[in-house]
Design a protein around this ligand. Sequence first.
Ligand SMILES: C[S@@+](CC[C@H](N)C(=O)[O-])C[C@H]1O[C@@H](n2cnc3c(N)ncnc32)[C@H](O)[C@@H]1O
Length: 208
Amino acid sequence: MSIRLDVVQHQRHKFWNANIHYHFLVLASLPADATRVLDVGCGDGILAAELADAGIPHVVGLDVDQPVLHRARARHAGKAVEWMQGNVLDVAFESESFDAVVSVASLHHMDAAEALACFARLTRPGGTVAIVGLAANAWSDLPLAAVGLILRQVLGVVRGQWNHSAPTCWPPPLTYGEMKALSARVLPDVRYERHWLGRYSLIWRKPL
Ligand SMILES: C[S@@+](CC[C@H](N)C(=O)[O-])C[C@H]1O[C@@H](n2cnc3c(N)ncnc32)[C@H](O)[C@@H]1O
């Protein structure tokens, strides 16, 4: 089975925001033979639905917030997603039971060290942890933050900003620098990238 990224690309025009903008990084990081993927903090379920549309047979959309999960289920009725309510740190998933654990704009809601260790535990050897996240700005981050703010405003107008309805947490507890250092400690050899629209990404392949 191969992952149908082209199907998802065609739907990209429907919703746009700075988080959705980076879904392609998550989708592109999946193992080619992925069949079980966990989306942590799925919110309105846009990414979970994209994963299902891309042909992943078993997608779990997990969120601790029941109302947003309810909206996700209704919005994506008919999609092959198992919607599940729970705190990822408490849910009794079997270790190494997912080909990929993904999470967008949600890691800053949790204790990042604990959550990254949990995502790594749930991922099978050779599988992927893929995260798009938000972080706080240190003074040295402010010029890039200003550019990001302007780009988000412009793209929001050009692409048509879609606002999610999930719970938010602001400000994020860790700065970009702290997140980079912490992720390297918990996920050795993780690929950390800072992006223009005020997001970072973490892509980690679990060693075989
Ligand atoms: C800002 S929203 C992002 C939602 C979605 N991923 C998106 O990109 O629009 C963060 C989500 O993480 C969920 N969340 C926070 N802590 C969680 C936890 N420990 N386990 C599962 N979900 C959690 C919140 O309920 C919220 O829906």
